[in-house]
Design a protein around this ligand. Structure first.
Ligand code: ZN
Length: 560
């Protein structure tokens, strides 16, 4: 669906990762769907010479938070403070290179949410409706979405929540549940009248469609499919308020007991988090049409980014930046199952660290099986074979061979004579790698990097400097010098995927300048002759079959 000729990037690239709900620990599928994809992409754009702002944070409002806080015996604020730290530690451990990290519960986000609401209100896009809603007489409280559970009206699964049925995935209104029960007090709720605010999406639709038709050619197939399914059904007015205490208060008189529904302030959170992090500079990104905006998310988040968030911004009639490239993924499943914290199935962000396997290795495999064209699986045996054969056996092996040969024959000094024929020969492949990244096809870009690295191994195998050294030392020197130059290029192109490994190679090559500042173009200049290389040890550890079996068992859900 993406048309390459349409892609004309400006110099400023704004990147967002879908904001994970703060009230649980993200699993590997969540991480690759948004956070890590956005990270690799941001890193690529930096080595591609662009100015990047990568925005990441946590979605903290909503009934889910209130319900979870109730279960853990905490206030909502205490709950989100606790989980924010857990999230931040996970993102840091996975080497996420965010420029802005923040929270939708910040003051900055409340302020910008209210600004946007006021503009929508002033422009006539907010309407008031009186509805009947489930109400607990015992707790004297209206019960919004997750505060009620019951039978799904579509698939008749029990335990469907008031906002969504997990069995069939349909979005629900609490009133639609069959036999609803209050989660707060276990009573059967009654129906009672109350008023709510709605965003008038049908009224914004013509302008939304105009914008959508100019931009959709650059979205992923999944994103276009989901968006068009929604548009075909026709946009409806959607309620943007909730009967909760935890949230951003509606800034109108007589609305004291209502807050904005979290899906209203969560996407606005990208802007709020930017303001929280860089202050007034935010306008250079979010109100600047020279910026190119890429948004990364799992497919469940597409409607909010393709329809809702753009509709809010279009409705302000201000010059907000709208998404250019909506990069959504399918789902990563776990060994033919769904990730489940409660059943102990699958690897969650905090578990990854405890396995003792380094972040680069996790990142490598997650990018390698990134669900770009359909759902994919995390499979331990596949993890082992891809890491051992590709990351260690191809990329790591090339670097190690080059250093060992250079040590053996040239005392770790870069010899003379590189004609840069190897590095020049891969220029067309580097262009393909750049195009794949520009289309947000991160898995395919990694496969392309592997293809480039394999050419290094082939070159070394064909030239056999360990043999030519006996008859023609200058030729052997030139071969090894070529390979050292090539190592520099590989370090840069693998940097979006395995940043720690790339930085190690950088250090090994004695490079003083930051790898990002040198970038892809700079890497073609190669390494200065006579540079003394530094040995940095093993780049990536092999995964042993014994530990793979242990982890497979540990995260299978079969024992606690
Ligand atoms: Zn259902």
């Amino acid at each position: 669906m993406i048309v390459l000729s349409d892609i004309k990037l400006g110099n400023k690239i704004l990147v967002t990762s879908a904001l994970p709900y703060v009230n649980n620990v993200p699993h590997l599928g969540n991480l690759i769907g948004s956070v890590l994809s956005a990270d690799a992409f941001a890193r690529f754009m930096r080595i591609n010479g662009k100015e990047v702002l990568f925005v990441l944070g946590t979605d903290e409002h909503g009934t889910t938070t209130e319900v979870r806080a109730m279960e853990e015996g905490l206030t909502p604020k205490e709950l989100v403070d606790k989980y924010f730290v857990i999230h931040k530690n996970i993102y840091d451990w996975f080497e996420t290179s965010y420029d802005c990290l923040g929270r939708t519960s910040s003051e900055a986000n409340a302020k910008i949410t209210i600004d946007i609401f006021n503009d929508l209100y002033k422009n006539g896009f907010i309407i008031e409706n009186t509805i009947t809603q489930l109400y607990s007489e015992k707790s004297k409280k209206f019960l919004s979405d997750r505060f009620v559970e019951g039978e799904c009206p579509f698939c008749h699964a029990l335990g469907a929540r008031g906002d969504q049925c997990d069995s069939c995935g349909k979005l629900l209104e609490p009133n639609e549940l069959i036999n609803p029960v209050s989660k707060i007090d276990g009573t059967k709720p009654i129906l009672k009248e109350t008023k709510h605010l709605y965003i008038d999406l049908p009224k914004i639709e013509p302008d939304l469609m105009k914008w959508y038709n100019t931009t959709k050619s650059k979205w992923s197939n999944v994103a276009v499919g989901i968006t068009e399914h929604w548009l075909k059904q026709g946009l409806k007015e959607r309620c943007i308020t909730r009967d909760l205490e935890w949230g951003i208060k509606v800034p109108l008189e007589g609305w004291d007991n209502k807050v904005f529904y979290s899906w209203f302030d969560a996407p606005i959170g990208y802007i709020g988090i930017t303001i929280e992090s860089i202050g007034d500079e935010w306008k250079n990104w979010w109100m600047n049409q020279d910026v190119t905006l890429y948004q990364f998310m799992g497919k469940d988040n597409v409607p909010f980014h393709a329809i809702m968030f753009p509709a809010f911004l279009i409705g302000t009639k201000k010059d907000y930046k709208l998404v250019n490239y909506l990069a959504s993924t399918d789902y990563l499943n776990y060994e033919d199952k769904k990730f489940s914290k409660s059943k102990n199935i699958g690897v969650f962000g905090n578990d990854a660290k405890e396995t003792g396997i380094c972040a680069d290795v996790w990142r490598y495999y997650l990018f390698r099986v990134r669900p770009e064209t359909g759902d994919t699986q995390f499979v331990w045996d596949d993890f082992g074979s891809k890491v051992n054969n590709e990351l260690v056996g191809n990329f790591g092996n090339f670097i190690n061979r080059v250093v060992s040969l250079d040590e053996k024959f040239f005392e770790l000094k870069k010899p003379k004579g590189s004609k840069k024929e190897l590095i020049e020969s891969v220029k067309p492949l580097i262009e393909e790698y750049k195009n794949l990244f520009t289309e947000a096809r991160i898995r395919d870009a990694l496969i392309k990097a592997n293809e480039i690295s394999a050419l290094g191994n082939k070159y070394l195998q064909d030239k056999q400097p360990w043999i030519t050294i006996k008859t023609d030392e200058a030729l052997a020197a030139a071969t090894i010098a070529e390979c050292i130059d090539f190592s520099k290029l590989l370090a840069v192109i693998y940097y979006p995927f395995v940043p720690k490994g790339s930085e190690k190679i950088w250090q090994m090559l004695g490079e003083k300048e930051n790898i990002v500042n040198v970038g892809i173009n700079g890497a073609f200049s190669g390494v200065r002759e006579e540079t003394k290389l530094t040995k940095v040890g093993i780049l990536f550890e092999k995964l042993e079959q014994k530990s793979i079996e242990e982890f497979k068992q540990k995260f299978s859900g079969e024992r606690k």
